[in-house]
Design a protein around this ligand. Structure first.
Ligand code: NAP
Length: 491
């Protein structure tokens, strides 16, 4: 069977009138079409939501979601593949009509029953959609069937487990693609290559040579108009449980035997299983939570979190988390993996810094050396690339060193807002490659780890710090590293 036959499919988007569809999904599908990975003969998209739209309304929205410098003829051809059906998730009749529409389109486009269901709706509907798809036999076509599920995947281990059970009534684990868009980012996918294709790094990738690892996911934005959602979630659920844990497992996993989704997942799961459990009374030694207070971002005064729209004025939800993970295995015993993530921080950046240990005997210790060296920095966004900071000789001054930086950059700054992560992930799902999606084992282990911390926070067992908007977080996060002889590297 050739690739074109496999990729021939209908993409069904639940929540086609929503924000994610417009900002990410439609432009990503267009890029796949433009690059030939979706072929004109081989795809149709069905948009579903309650609004009383027509095919043309959806096509118009799709058209406006695409960069208008693109060729109009190509855009129009692309949009002609979109169909809209008014649809209520809670109504049986909607599913019966959807099945009829899918069968008709499969016939018209000669699509061999391949169906990709994209759940771009509130998580409360995921389970209901899955069981209705099964009940009305929408999952019983002749081709493959797959489902993409947006985050958040549950709000703790028990709700995630329940969601897994509901979705598995209709889809098997290998048909479930839990999206974590960080796994679609170029440099996150590059972590494997940096580690496993370079003999200069892999021999050093362990507790003999690495002092600590720092992972920063910082945003300058506040909660914007998503205060209602965010206030029920917080930084731990929104960023740490999923994105940070995925990055940690890619950084720390053992080399897989082969680069198959199963082998890679097995190694990632082992990392999560090796996380050193922390007891309830140790939480404040390992994790810090904070909220932003009013401050300045890019010269503009911004409000504090408690004054944001749709946020309770007494809220205890954290907008910042810093933490330390310890991985109890031979490779990593004793190496802290520090993480920090927050909103309204001084810069927008996703970065991993690997700090190598000092040499046993540093011949240059008496000269000006600020320890900004022996760092490998993986820049994930907005810059993409790698920086290595080494010691070099200071010109003309004997025995003095200065940090020198070797940089490799993908130089894509100006196009970094393009939805390339979603594009990669949707295509991976269409061709059935699940490597860059979160498996239920990973999701559950990660929830099991953070649940205890969240429950202690909900009971107010540890302090809730403040940090000024436009800063890099509370002093407590600096102290956490300082007491172990480290500092956060500037981002
Ligand atoms: P949204 O803008 O609120 O859109 C929700 C969609 O669901 C709308 O199309 C709405 O359309 C539809 N809907 C609501 N109730 C329905 C019902 N009973 N039957 C059928 N359709 C219904 O949400 P979003 O921001 O696009 O987010 C969608 C999903 O992606 C959520 O799970 C979210 O957590 C996740 N996500 C979003 C982002 C983002 O940047 N937006 C990022 C990461 C994850 P009608 O009102 O017309 O029915």
């Amino acid at each position: 069977m050739n690739l074109q036959h496999i990729t021939k499919s209908i993409i069904v988007i639940f929540g086609a009138t929503g924000d994610l569809a417009k900002r990410k999904l439609f432009p990503s599908l267009f890029n796949l079409y433009k690059s030939g990975r979706l072929t004109p003969e081989g795809f149709a998209v069905v948009g579903l939501a309650r609004r009383d739209w027509k095919d043309d309304t959806l096509r118009d929205v799709v058209k406006h979601s695409i960069d208008d410098s693109e060729n109009e003829e190509i855009i129009n051809e692309f949009c002609s593949h979109f169909y809209y059906q008014p649809f209520d998730i809670t109504e049986d009749q909607s599913y019966i009509m959807l099945n009829e529409l899918l069968e008709r389109l499969e016939y018209n486009y000669s699509i061999p029953g391949n169906r990709l269901f994209y759940m771009s709706v509130s998580p409360q509907f995921f389970g209901e959609i899955a069981s209705s798809l099964k009940e009305y036999k929408l999952t019983q076509s002749n081709g493959w069937k797959r489902v993409i599920i947006e985050k958040p995947f549950g709000r703790n281990a028990s709700t995630a487990e329940q969601l897994n059970d509901e979705i598995r009534q209709a889809f098997s684990e290998d048909e479930i693609y839990r999206i974590d868009h960080y796994l679609g980012k170029e440099m996150v996918q590059n972590i494997e290559v940096i580690r496993f294709a370079n003999s200069i790094f892999e021999p050093l990738w362990n507790n003999q040579f690495i002092a600590n690892v720092q992972i920063t996911l910082s945003e300058t934005l506040g909660v914007e108009d998503r205060g209602g959602y965010y206030d029920k979630s917080g930084a731990m659920r929104d960023m740490v449980q999923n994105h940070v844990m995925q990055i940690v497992s890619l950084l720390a996993m053992e080399p897989p035997i082969r680069l198959t989704p199963e082998e890679i997942r097995e190694e990632k799961v082992k990392v999560l299983k090796a996380l050193k459990p922390i007891s309830r009374n140790e939480i404040s030694d390992y994790f810090i939570r904070a909220q932003y207070s009013p401050g300045w971002i890019d010269g503009e005064e911004v409000t504090g979190y408690r004054s944001e729209k749709n946020v309770s004025p007494n809220t205890k939800t954290e907008t910042y988390v810093a933490g330390k993970l310890l991985i109890e295995n031979h490779r990593w015993k004793g190496v802290p993996f520090y993480l920090r993530t927050g909103k309204r921080m001084s810069s927008k950046s996703t970065k991993v810094v690997i700090e190598f240990k000092d040499l046993p005997l540093n011949l240059y210790s008496n000269v000006e050396r600020k320890r900004v060296s022996n760092l490998l920095i993986i820049n994930i966004q907005p810059d993409e690339g790698i920086t290595i900071i080494l010691n070099g000789k200071k010109m003309d001054i004997a025995s003095k060193t200065k940090p020198v930086s070797l940089e490799y950059s993908n130089k894509i700054g100006s196009i970094s807002n393009k939805p390339e992560a979603y594009e990669r992930l949707i295509y991976s799902c269409i061709i059935g490659v699940a490597t860059n999606f979160a498996h239920s084992d990973e999701v559950m282990l990660s929830w099991n780890y953070v649940d205890l911390i969240l429950s202690a926070w909900e009971n107010n067992e540890t302090p809730l710090f403040e940090y000024q908007a436009g800063s890099m977080g509370p002093k407590a996060a600096e102290k956490m590293l300082a007491k172990e002889g480290f500092c956060w590297w500037p981002i």
